[in-house]
Design a protein around this ligand. Structure first.
Ligand SMILES: Cc1ncc(C[n+]2csc(CCOP(=O)(O)OP(=O)(O)O)c2C)c(N)n1
Ligand SMILES: [Mg+2]
Length: 304
């Protein structure tokens, strides 16, 4: 991907002065997406913070044409938009821009069905690990032990659902993880997704200052620490081949990872953790790495 293309159009994606909270990760993701996708795309947005960020009709802070749709329907609506564009012979990319609640929980049935039908759509799940727009309720992707307004006092008792791996095992043509701390990696993955036909999904890690309770100036720092501690792993599965991304590769070696406590201690949602909890989270990180390395062994460029 060429840098000049990324640099074009300063306010592509989302314009300044919109109603997002300070430090909002969705804003970062939308901006990167706007620069890569350009004007030849349409966004289908289920209910979530982005419905608010886009503003009230007839104004819009988003530079894409946007369809605001009921929560559970976004991938189904996108499939219909794609079909109608194909009938009319119209070019362009149909993108579902969804929160984690919209994709992994409430809209999961239509997401799974669109993947099974191999619809020619791109889904970006901006995962802030809770239902933020309605006041930080736990979602399927909220991390174990995180405090939310619907979790027990000691934090969420269930595990984080891995929506990217679930979609990979739909045998979708393109599935990747990304992070708002690495906009160029996200941009390159968007570009590669655009070169593939069929169902594509990018799971974007999006730390949320008010929801995770950290300083609004630290969004990128928290996202970066997630990578450096190994808690979030960047990888790409394209047309049957699985690869760990270069930004995450060093952290396959456990000794190079930052202590998970450095990532957790910046976030108020983990302020109640005991040392045993932190050790257990570290163990889960190790386990996840073993899984991802095994996936690369089986589905990697040098398949057995
Ligand atoms: C069927 C339905 N249930 C609940 C709601 C209320 N609601 C609107 S936005 C939202 C939270 C969305 O969470 P997520 O998809 O994670 O996006 P985020 O706000 O975190 O960006 C909820 C529960 C709704 N609009 N429709
Ligand atoms: Mg969310």
């Amino acid at each position: 991907m060429s840098l000049p293309r990324l640099a074009q159009g300063k306010n592509r994606g989302v314009m300044p002065g919109n109603p997002a909270c300070a430090g909002c990760p969705h804003n970062i993701g939308l901006r990167v997406m706007g620069r890569v996708l350009g004007t030849n795309s349409i966004l289908v947005v289920p209910a979530g913070c982005t419905s608010i960020i886009s503003g009230f009709y007839p104004r819009s802070s988003l530079t894409f044409p946007v369809l605001h749709v009921p929560f559970a329907s976004a991938p189904a609506v996108a499939s219909g938009v794609r079909a109608s564009m194909d009938i009319k012979g119209e070019e362009g990319v149909v993108v579902v821009w969804s929160g984690d609640g919209g994709a992994a929980d409430i809209g999961f049935a239509t997401l799974s069905a669109a993947a099974v039908r191999n619809e020619d759509i791109l889904v970006v799940v901006s995962d802030n690990e809770a239902y933020m727009n309605t006041g930080v309720q736990a979602s399927g992707t909220t991390t174990w032990k995180a405090l939310t307004t619907t979790s027990p006092v000691l934090g969420k008792s269930e595990e984080k659902k891995d929506i990217a791996l679930i979609m990979m095992f739909h045998k979708a043509p393109y599935v990747a993880t990304a992070s708002v701390a690495f906009p160029l990696d996200f941009a390159e993955k968007l570009e590669r997704a655009l070169s593939v036909k069929g169902f594509r999904l990018i799971h974007l890690h999006s730390p949320c200052p008010p929801g995770w309770r950290f300083d609004a100036g630290k969004t990128a720092e928290v996202a970066r620490l997630a990578i450096e501690s190994g808690a979030w792993i960047l990888w790409e599965y394209s047309q049957g081949t699985f690869k760990i991304s270069p930004q995450s590769r060093p952290y396959a070696d456990k000794t190079r990872r930052k202590p998970i406590a450095e990532y957790l201690k910046l976030q108020g949602r983990f302020s109640h953790l005991t040392q045993e909890d932190v050790a257990e989270i570290e163990r889960k990180v190790d386990e996840n790495w073993r899984l991802v390395l095994e996936l690369e062994r089986i589905y990697g460029p040098q398949k057995p």
